[in-house]
Design a protein around this ligand. Structure first.
Ligand SMILES: Nc1ncnc2c1ncn2[C@@H]1O[C@H](COP(=O)(O)OP(=O)(O)OP(=O)(O)O)[C@@H](O)[C@H]1O
Ligand SMILES: [Mg+2]
Length: 506
């Protein structure tokens, strides 16, 4: 492992109106080292990334690159100095092609006229994608790619820049297990090539697998650092939140009410086929599968966003054909979507309005919000339940940290008092402490008789939370397992389709 410090962050402070996002922090990044930056939601990790890459100007403090002080005016500036980042929230141009995105800010040119050399850029993109073993057409518009593929293109872009420091802010949250392996293979080769890598993740198994060193921040402050192989998970969690966590998954004994939903042979052309299950009040049904298995599409169909091409849904024993999300909502269904930035939140709206949006009608008399107080009380109650951390409820959702945005999306749906709650990757990007709180909340909802469909790519979460588990693979229902008979191995084997059993209709 290299010993030379590539980047030294000293006494760095970043203040936003009403919030000290970073308060006198330190960080030392060395060549040939994968360095984890660890902290709760809102600890200041992404802010540091944005200061390092010239997106934000620090309020105070210094950054030294190879011994000399630098101050970047823009991301392009930082990029030219050899620092690139894959940001937590997609930062690509959806209307441009993969090639155009990869070469944005460092176009290849040729000849004396320095005209853009699209042919060379396209060829290089093809080579880079091949090196990443990615099956992506360089001419595809980024908006047509899945979230996972978009992330991979961003990583490909970082490679194309031949950076000295590659920063990855929660790069794996939308990747399948196999894609994570691919990513780690690339991280290792970057490390061998002497690059410094700053890696941000809430997943401890990843940190222990790929990182050499770590630094912990809490509430914008530096807490400590150390070698990963000389520390335990419990030690690091204690540094992170100031205490240990005894239980990630609550004990949950379901008390099942009547059947509320029955889905029979539900199909949607090109997305999924013949999905059948029933759901009872008070039940948590886990929907497991790898990214691309069709789980989100099933949820969207039940919620009325997409139309089914075959099969049927009954709700309370009556045939149910949701015509729109509004229709499904009125019937008592809520869906917490996976992509919070595009579907879950209005980024340019305050937290208050985001949270009260689905219930504005009920909060207001005759269609007008008569009592602002009533709205505020409502928002506060549900916000606190989710432990949202922000400068206040008046700030725009976009100023929140990634994990806190996710909490707003959850808070937004609690109050709609749904009878069926569908959660699509609800703990994506949520730190380990808050995760336990979200799990408790899901169980509380179930205990109150709400029927829950929990979509997750995290096997421990599915196993820890579900009463029954429906496993999908490439749009097909592979099995419905009782939680008592399900093990990580059986569920995974169904998900990757190495077994094909008789499909149970539960
Ligand atoms: N542009 C901004 N304007 C105002 N406040 C901001 C802005 N960006 C971040 N913050 C605030 O700074 C704090 C740190 O946020 P940051 O995004 O760095 O957290 P994080 O450690 O990356 O968290 P997460 O794990 O949730 O991604 C948060 O309280 C956040 O609300
Ligand atoms: Mg962040």
């Amino acid at each position: 492992m290299g010993e030379r410090a590539l980047v030294e962050v000293r006494n760095l402070t970043k203040i936003f109106p009403g919030i000290r996002a970073l308060d006198d922090v330190h960080l030392t990044l060395r060549c040939g080292e994968v360095h984890a930056l660890i902290g709760e939601n809102g600890a200041g990790k992404s802010t540091l990334v944005k200061v390092l890459t010239g997106v934000y100007t620090p309020t105070d403090g210094t950054i030294a690159l190879e011994g000399s002080e630098v101050s970047f005016k823009s991301a392009i500036d930082a990029q030219q100095a050899g620092i690139v980042a894959i940001h937590q929230e997609a930062s690509m141009f959806p209307e441009l092609s993969v090639t155009e995105n990869i070469f944005m800010g460092h176009h290849l040119r040729r000849g004396r006229a320095r005209t853009l050399d699209w042919k060379a850029m396209r060829t290089q993109t093809e080579e880079l994608l091949a090196r990443m073993q990615l099956d992506i057409d360089p001419d595809t518009l980024v908006k047509n790619l899945s979230t996972a593929k978009r992330h991979m293109v961003e990583i490909t872009k970082a490679l194309s820049l031949d950076a000295k420091l590659v920063i990855m802010d929660e790069p794996t949250s939308a990747l399948t297990a196999r894609e994570v392996e691919d990513l780690f293979r690339i991280v290792r080769s970057l490390k061998e090539a002497g690059k410094a890598i700053l890696f941000i993740s809430h997943k401890f198994d990843e940190i222990f697998e790929i990182c050499d060193y770590y630094t912990v921040y809490r509430d914008g402050q530096y807490i400590g650092e150390g070698r990963v192989d000389q520390s335990s998970e419990d030690q690091i969690i204690k540094m992170m939140i100031g205490r240990s966590i005894d239980q990630l998954y609550p004990d949950h004994t379901p008390t099942l009410g009547q059947e509320i939903l029955k889905v029979e042979q539900l199909s949607q052309l090109g997305a999924f086929k013949d999905v059948s299950f029933s759901l009872h009040e008070g039940e948590i049904l886990g929907l497991f599968g790898l990214v691309g298995a069709g789980r989100t599409e099933v949820a969207r169909t039940i919620f009325g966003i997409d139309r089914a091409s075959g099969g049927s849904i009954s709700f309370d024993g009556k045939r149910f054909e949701p015509k729109s999300a509004m229709h499904a909502m009125k019937a008592g269904i809520a869906l917490v979507p996976e992509d919070r930035q595009r579907q879950g939140l209005v980024l340019k709206m305050s937290l208050t309005h985001n949270i009260s949006l689905p219930v504005l009608k009920t909060l207001s008399a005759k269609g007008v919000v008569t009592t602002k107080k009533r709205e505020q009380r409502y928002v506060l109650e549900h916000g606190q339940q989710m432990e949202i951390r922000a400068a206040g409820y008046h700030v725009d959702a976009e100023t929140l940290s990634g994990g806190n945005q996710q909490k707003v999306v959850l808070a937004k749906w609690i109050g709609t008092k749904p009878r069926i709650l569908i959660l699509d990757e609800p703990t994506k990007g949520i730190d380990v402490a808050t995760k336990a709180a979200v799990h408790q909340f899901i169980c509380d909802m179930a205990s109150q008789g709400v029927a829950v469909i929990l979509i997750s790519s995290e096997l421990p979460e599915i196993l820890g939370m579900s009463d029954r588990i429906l496993v999908m693979h490439e749009g097909r229902q592979m099995a419905i397992l009782d939680a008592s008979e399900a093990t990580a191995e059986t569920v995974m084997r169904h998900a990757i389709a190495t077994v094909r059993e008789e499909v149970h209709h539960g």
